[in-house]
Each structure stands twice: as C-alpha cells, then as structure tokens.
Design a protein around this ligand. Structure first.
Ligand SMILES: [Zn+2]
Ligand SMILES: [Zn+2]
Length: 210
C-alpha cells in the first residue's frame, strides 16, 4: 500500500509529501521544502528508509530542507531534479531575493527527464516535464493510485505564478493543457501549496483555466 503524508513547512507554507510503501518500508520525499531536520526525524521515527528525494522545482521553498536531510540520514538518499532547474538549485532557489537563508546542498544525483519512470516499492511514477513556473519544473504521476504531485503548476482554485525568473505564462498554459488537465477527472492533485483537489474540480471551477 502507498501511504501519503504531508507537512506544511517554511516561510510560505509549502507542502512537503512523504510517500512510503508499507510492504518494503521504502520512502520518498517529494519537495524537501524546509525544516530538513524535522523531516529526517519523521523518517527515522517511522522506521522508514528514505530512498530518494524528488524535487518538483528548485525554488527555495521546495528545496530548503535538502541539505539537512542529506547530512542527517545515513545512508543519504539520492536527490532528483530536472537539469533545467540546476542553475536555480545552485542559487538556492533565489532565497536571497526574498531575504532568506538556505543552506547550500550538493548538486542532485539524479537528472530527471520527461517520460522517465520512478519507482517506490511496487508503485510506479511517471515524470512529466511541465515548464512555465520554472524552466525545469516536473510533476510525478502515479496512474495506479490516481495521484499527481504537481508542485507549483496547479493549485486548488489557482495556477502557478510566472513572474519569477524562468517563468513564462504561455509555456505554463501549454504544460497545463498538454500534461496536467488531460489526466482523468478523478485524479487527486497534490499541489505545492494549499489543499488537495482533483482535475474534475479544477476544470469545473478554477477561474484561471476558463
Ligand atoms: Zn515555486
Ligand atoms: Zn512554492
């Protein structure tokens, strides 16, 4: 069984998702948003083995906890990011633009690409490149669980901002129309901020999609 837990962390209240497979005890974090020591403690207290950390995009509020997780957990998990967000990762997600300090983390080990399949226990996740909020933004889609982890591309009632470096509105809308809104209506959407929603609900009521 796939367990999905989330924590709301950091200065802009970002969702950090902890996924674990009850059969193998393996776990993945999607977006080590902030408070890396806290996340590492949660993994240890639950007796899980953190295999990988999957980063939707390299804004500071989605990777601020990465360095502490790598430092605290033994063996350290692999860190996975799309290469188009590597420059952003190296500037720690533009944290200094917002007057925030983020501890530097080594370059990610795993270079994500569109169409790549990732696994957690028997569960498979498809990587989809969905640029527009940042150039290297990806989402993780698990068809068998009807679940998509979409970072800052789509929110309950809103869409990602495109005014930060690497953002582009037309590109975001293309990503949404080709990669996100084409998912089945009952797909659960786990966003980078706010509440869980579904594709059907957003198609019905999201004012940015009409
Ligand atoms: Zn963002
Ligand atoms: Zn965010």
């Amino acid at each position: 069984m796939l367990n999905i837990t989330f924590f709301k962390l950091g200065p802009v209240v970002t969702n950090s998702y902890l996924l674990s497979d009850s059969e193998t005890g393996e776990a993945v974090i999607i977006d080590p948003a902030w408070s890396g020591e806290f996340l590492a403690d949660e993994i240890e207290q639950r007796g899980l083995r953190l295999k990988q950390v999957w980063v939707t995009h390299a804004h500071f509020d989605h990777m601020g906890g990465a360095a502490a997780i790598l430092r605290q957990l033994k063996p350290a998990p692999k860190m996975a990011l799309h290469p188009n967000d590597l420059d952003l990762w190296r500037t720690r997600g533009s944290a200094s633009l917002f007057g925030l300090h983020v501890e530097p983390a080594p370059d990610p080990d795993v270079s994500l690409e569109h169409g790549q399949m990732l696994s957690l226990g028997r569960h498979t996740f498809e990587v989809r490149h969905v640029p527009g909020h940042t150039a290297g933004h990806v989402m993780f889609y698990c068809a068998s669980e009807k679940a998509a982890f979409v970072g800052d591309v789509l929110f309950a009632g809103s869409i990602g901002r495109t005014d930060l470096p690497g953002g582009d509105y037309a590109t975001l809308m293309t990503s949404l129309r080709s990669q996100v809104l084409t998912l089945p209506n009952d797909t659960q959407i786990y966003s980078g901020h706010g509440d869980v929603t579904t594709i059907g609900e957003e198609l019905d009521s999201n004012p940015f999609l009409t």
